[in-house]
Ligand binder design. Structure first.
Ligand SMILES: Nc1ncnc2c1ncn2[C@@H]1O[C@H](COP(=O)(O)OP(=O)(O)OP(=O)(O)O)[C@@H](O)[C@H]1O
Ligand code: SF4
Ligand SMILES: [Mg+2]
Length: 374
């Protein structure tokens, strides 16, 4: 039986005193053993066929950046921006990815899209493992996978009109016959709440919210299946944020898009997502349906993050959990559980042995020693 959040967390509780059980424990040998077990699991999973129900299935995805080299050019320090992340996403669903700045959300999104090459792992898109695809092999898939960035100011070419910006991908990818391009673009503009006469205007003539609508329209022109939204509203005013989120939701309902929605704003993620993945220092620490994650967050990090989400019901007392300490560097993460340096319920085992990422209830995964590990 899984413990409910209130049973396992006492905000501000002091760390459990070391009993000495792990005194003299060989952390390096344990880390090597864990790595070996993870590699073995990844090898075993490689043999499994892709889930036919998933539009996107990511298995043991890793993206390491070299950050220091020896004088012979050998990499001496790797920054593990995405470290063994796995999840599945069905067509028409929205997966919200949350976590503090630097936890690897953007790198995960860019790696899934193959804008950067993964270090290891599998990325099944419509049943094909695209992880090893070269750019020429990715080209036909590019229209099916699009990205919307945080900053609508820098992501639009300043010298093209809105019509030019939106027509270009339609022409390049031959989405409709040449003589129908303008009508097609005007129709997409209408769906995104952009007036016809904007067609002749330039990006600098628009507000931030309107520019983000142009960016969304540009992503939609090629009729994608998967859209990665990387903090698409965090540069906008709160009132405009709601409009853009509602636009994304209605487009999804009408056109059946699948979203990977990256944000550090949990209220936004709660509003738009069907599933939620919580990342910490490059790892997925919890994953599940929105309902189970919000009603019963299992990981102490998720509990702390969610405790900061304002509750509209004035009768519900806020139970804020403030995490102590800074986020450690992903190039030198803490041994054992990466979260143990900030976890209010850390035990002695946590600083020596990494918890296994396991399914604790149907569809609800978590990596924490508070739950059964076998
Ligand atoms: N090209 C790169 N070279 C080296 N390190 C990188 C590179 N890109 C990202 N990183 C590092 O990878 C880690 C994850 O970065 P990422 O941008 O994915 O985080 P994020 O969760 O999107 O953060 P934010 O919420 O601030 O956007 C960070 O430590 C970052 O410094
Ligand atoms: S495994 Fe990590 S998250 Fe779980 S109690 Fe230990 S330190 Fe906290
Ligand atoms: Mg980011």
């Amino acid at each position: 039986m899984i413990k409910k959040r209130d049973e396992i967390i006492e905000p501000g509780a002091p760390e459990v005193e070391a009993t000495g059980e792990y005194a003299g424990f060989d952390d390096a040998a344990e880390a090597a053993k864990e790595q070996e077990a993870r590699d073995r699991k990844a090898m075993e999973d490689k043999e499994l066929p892709p889930d036919p129900d998933a539009l996107l299935e990511v298995r043991h995805l890793k993206k390491y950046f070299p950050v220091a080299k020896s004088f012979t050019g050998k990499v001496t320090v790797w920054l593990r921006a995405v470290d063994d992340v796995s999840f599945k996403l069905k067509a028409g669903e929205t997966l919200g990815i949350v976590g503090e700045s630097g936890c690897g959300k953007t790198t995960l999104g860019r790696t899934v899209l193959k804008l950067i090459q993964p270090t290891d792992g599998q990325i099944f898109f419509e049943g094909q493992d695209i992880a090893g695809y070269k750019s020429s092999k990715m080209r036909p898939l590019r229209t099916k996978m699009q990205i919307i960035f945080q900053d609508p100011y820098s992501s639009l070419p300043p010298r093209s009109t809105v019509g030019g910006i939106l027509s270009e991908p339609v022409r390049v990818h031959k989405i409709v016959p040449k003589d129908q391009v303008k009508d097609y673009v005007l129709d997409i503009m209408d769906k995104c709440g952009l007036r016809d006469y904007y067609y002749e205007r330039y990006p600098h003539e628009f507000s931030g919210g309107q520019r983000q609508r142009i960016c969304i329209a540009r992503a939609l022109t090629v009729n994608p299946k998967l859209v990665i939204c990387d903090e698409p509203v965090s540069a906008l005013d709160v009132s405009i944020q709601a409009q853009i989120i509602n636009l994304l939701k209605s487009l999804q309902q009408n056109m059946g898009f699948t979203y990977l929605f990256i944000s550090h704003d949990l209220s936004v993620v709660k509003h738009i997502s069907d599933k939620i993945g919580v990342m910490y220092l490059g790892s997925m620490v919890e994953f599940g349906d929105k309902k189970s994650i919000f009603s019963n967050p299992l990981h102490p990090y998720t509990q702390a993050l969610f405790s900061a989400v304002p509750n509209p019901n004035p009768d519900v007392k806020m139970h804020r959990i403030v995490l102590q300490g800074d986020i450690p560097s992903p190039s030198n993460p803490p041994k054992g559980c990466k979260f143990h340096t900030r976890c209010p319920v850390a035990k002695e085992i946590c600083s020596h042995i990494a918890p296994v990422y396991r399914e604790q209830e149907p569809g609800h995964f978590v990596a924490c020693h508070c739950y059964p590990q076998e």
